[in-house]
Design a protein around this ligand. Structure first.
Ligand code: TLP
Length: 343
């Protein structure tokens, strides 16, 4: 069978042999009773990494974001977010379904919405309006091509949130990538937020899981929602061990994914596609094929014939994601396929 270079997502990684060994060796207990020692260690470690009081493991990034939304809001509230963000585009309408809230998406630039812009969207206290309760930020920003949200703008948004008594949630599914790209620690990002969701099953290469971080009071409330959503699990030490292994061994190596993504972007540009290099700061490349006179679904099918998989994200744009299972040989195969399909 031909070797396939799968650039559809960094969620596709498979646990390495060493990670599987760590999983096999993990001490376990019943986590609904709070008795899984490996999970307790993971939650303690991530809370400490983020400089917060507590953390709660959940099965997915979607559940993590939705629990945070539920815990921060009341039905009828409104959340300010960016138009391309995951909670607005890819979570099945969950904020309306599960929390009874509406989203107020603002058009940003490279996934960034400014404090100045947000200020104009905060609803006055008037019975005609939904009450603005939460500001949601995504960092790195998936649909903006893995762009990092600048810390100084986040700090301005925090001051604004404090003035208006609003909470802030970070969808940090790929915050690890933002840390590696900028050197800004998880603590420095996290101090601006009331809650942070981080994923182990994307760039870090673990098979399952995300974690929600915040104050002890917030996590206590989140714990109840996790139970309600059916996310309370039992001998989870086996998956916590994979996440712990990823924290030890797979964070710093994200720099390799970023370098390979940059190389892919340069190649695509050379072949006439448009890639916003300023946004391409981490492991995601979004190429616009309009300049080559092509539509993304057609480019995607042709690449697949050359054993390279990607995802069209609009009629003209196609997404490539580098990850743990993509090495330099895979990169060469992908570049060769780009040449065959685009030149
Ligand atoms: N993103 C997936 C798809 O859902 C689009 C991907 O392939 O990139 N926040 C962000 C920023 C994400 O990119 C994702 C997954 C999630 C949350 C949700 O995580 P899961 O899939 O664990 O629910």
């Amino acid at each position: 069978m031909n070797h396939v270079v799968d650039l559809r997502s960094d969620t596709l990684t498979r646990p390495t042999a060493a990670m599987r060994q760590a999983m096999a060796d993990a001490p376990v207990g019943d986590d609904v009773f709070g008795e899984d020692p490996t999970m307790n260690e993971l939650q303690r470690r991530v809370a400490e990494l983020c400089g917060k009081e507590a953390a709660l493991f959940v099965p997915s990034g979607t559940m993590s974001n939705q629990i945070a939304i539920n815990a921060h809001t009341q039905p009828g509230d409104e959340i300010i977010c960016e138009y391309g963000c995951h909670i607005f585009n890819y979570e099945g309408g969950a904020p309306a379904l599960l929390s009874g809230v509406q989203l107020h998406p603002l058009h940003g630039q490279r996934g960034v919405i400014t404090a100045e812009h947000i200020q104009t969207a905060i609803r006055p206290k008037d019975h005609h309006f939904a009450q603005t309760r939460l500001i949601e930020i995504e960092n790195t920003h998936n649909r903006a091509g893995g762009a990092v949200f600048p810390l100084d703008e986040i700090q301005k948004i925090r001051s604004l949130a404090d003035e208006h008594d609003l909470k802030m949630h970070l969808d940090g599914a790929r915050l690890w990538n933002a840390y590696v790209a900028t050197g800004i620690s998880l603590k420095e990002w996290s101090v601006c937020f009331d809650s942070i969701s981080l994923c182990f099953s994307k760039g870090l290469g673990a098979p399952i899981g995300s974690i929600l971080v915040g104050s002890a009071e917030f996590i206590d409330c989140a714990h109840r929602y996790r139970k309600i959503y059916g996310g309370g699990m039992r001998q989870v030490g086996v998956i916590a061990a994979a996440a712990l292994y990823a924290l030890d061994c797979h964070i710093e190596r994200l720099a390799e994914d970023h370098k390979r993504a940059h190389q892919l972007a340069l190649k695509l540009i050379e072949l006439g596609a448009y890639v916003d290099l300023e946004a391409t700061q981490t492991n995601i490349v979004i190429a616009d094929c309009k300049g080559c006179g092509r539509i993304s679904s057609e480019v995607n099918s042709e690449l697949a014939r050359h054993n390279v998989l990607a995802i069209p994200v609009s009629p003209s744009r196609i997404r490539f994601v580098t990850h743990l299972d993509i090495d330099d040989d895979d990169l060469a195969v992908a570049m060769n396929a780009f040449e065959c399909v685009l030149s």
